[in-house]
Ligand binder design. Structure first.
Ligand SMILES: *Cc1c(COP(=O)(O)O)cnc(C)c1O
Length: 427
């Protein structure tokens, strides 16, 4: 197969053959699929094989791949120049569109990746409070900055790593890790160290250890506890923002206001763009107004802002209703297939995001999430891939749908599920 050759060639020149670890199929085995192009609900590999895609670029492709109007917006922007290193009208329009959907985003600063957004949010919280420590939850992933790699989800979870080599003891020591959904543990941490804590950072609804929704009232309790101790609340909506609904998870849940909220993935429409946003008083601490430094040569890039703005403009109520409906249908089909094959499983959802844990019983935190049959998942994954359905190559990731997942795409998935479920059942 040509891909074997290409993977070997890639590994000669790129560590692991990939630009981001989870793409290497490490936890499911086999060689990764090299993609040549993508359109709608489909991706096509370098040999011409077509797959119905449930990765959607790990979230950004809410409208489906290569939506003609988004591509045209990028093409038109490219014709006017690729990067200026100067402010643009398009940035202002995109920032206004974000604020219109997320009232907590009083001011917005654009960066290029979710990692930069959360890294800057942490620096901003430290600058605002004059404190060093931050609290994160085990299994939540916030990108790969030093402070946030401890007990992280996503690729770190997929590879079973406790964190990362190369993070200094000092950086790790300023990060306090608490089990997710455990308010008692968090309260004890604040009782002991409350005057050292700059911020609590949380995924709005965690989806990087599989989907583990916050217990009712959990996020509101985080707001109350941080406010009481003079710490900031950072809600990371890089994955959920503009995907689970027009206003992200904050729009679905309501009732509390974070100090800082981070965006990425959908907000860039498939281009490298992310943002941090929040209370004007806090955001005004960023340079050039305030003393917290942050900058970027390609920040607010005109092609990326064009893709993001076109995506938000097109992501109307009908798009969210479609993705919500497809999500419910797919969850039902997966449950039926796994049930028929007697494969232990639990499906959890947060809005239209869902994931399948190969275990019995609810998953409330990272400990629960890790306690599943990842080998059954690997067999399930490969059976689907053989039948032209591309799942995220990890048991710890959400499945992503789009507005382009039509009856034909759904039909291919539901046709493939029974055989995949039987493969999962038999080791
Ligand atoms: C993907 C993700 C990030 C990191 O974004 P990158 O653009 O990959 O750096 C941060 N937080 C959450 C919740 C994410 O899902």
């Amino acid at each position: 197969m040509a891909e074997v050759t290409l993977f070997s060639r890639a590994k000669e020149i790129i560590p692991g053959g990939v630009s981001s670890p989870v793409r290497a199929f490490g936890s499911v085995g086999g060689d990764p699929v090299f993609i040549r192009e993508a359109r709608g609900a489909h991706v096509v590999d370098v040999t011409g094989r077509d797959f119905v895609d449930l990765v959607c670029s790990w979230g950004p492709a809410l409208l489906g791949h290569a939506h003609p109007e988004v591509v045209e917006a990028v093409r038109a922007a490219a014709g006017r120049g690729l990067s200026f290193g100067a402010p643009t009208l398009a940035e202002v329009e995109l920032a206004e569109a974000i604020r219109a959907r997320v009232p907590a985003a009083e001011q917005v600063r654009f960066v290029s990746t979710g990692t930069e957004a959360t890294m800057t949010a942490i620096r901003l919280a430290r600058g605002a409070t004059g404190r060093d420590a931050i609290v994160k939850f085990a299994g939540c992933y916030h990108g790969h900055s030093d402070a946030l790699l401890a007990a992280a989800g996503s690729g770190v979870a997929t590879q079973g790593l406790p964190g990362s080599a190369g993070v200094t003891a000092a950086a790790a020591g300023d990060t306090i890790v608490v089990e997710y959904n455990d308010l008692d543990a968090l309260t004890r941490v604040f009782d002991e160290a409350g005057d050292r804590i700059a911020a609590v950072i949380t995924e709005a609804a965690p989806a990087n250890m599989g989907v583990v929704p916050p217990a009712p009232g959990f996020n509101a309790a985080l707001r109350e506890l941080t406010a009481r101790h003079g710490a900031l609340l950072i809600v990371d909506e890089v994955l959920t923002g503009f995907r689970v609904g027009p206003g992200g998870w904050l729009g679905l849940e309501g009732g509390y206001q974070p100090d800082i909220v981070t965006f990425g993935k959908v907000v860039g429409g498939g281009m490298p763009l992310a943002a941090l946003a929040g209370r004007a008083e806090v955001m005004q601490l960023l340079a050039p107004v305030g003393p917290v430094y942050q900058a970027g040569t390609l920040s607010g890039n005109p092609l990326a802002t064009a893709a993001g703005f076109a995506t938000l403009r097109l992501a109307d109520d009908a798009v969210y209703a479609h993705v919500d409906r497809r999500s419910v249908e797919l969850q039902a089909a997966v449950a039926e297939a796994l049930g028929a094959a007697s494969v232990p499983h639990t499906i959890q959802a947060a809005g239209n995001l869902f994931s399948v844990f190969f275990r019995e019983g609810a998953v409330a935190n990272y400990e629960d999430a890790k306690d599943q049959d990842t080998e059954a998942f690997a067999r399930f994954f490969h059976a689907l891939l053989d039948d032209g359905v591309a799942l995220p190559p990890s048991a710890f990731e959400a499945w992503f749908l789009s507005a382009a997942h039509d009856d034909e795409a759904m039909g291919r998935i539901t046709d493939a599920l029974p055989r995949a479920a039987r493969a999962a059942a038999h080791s």
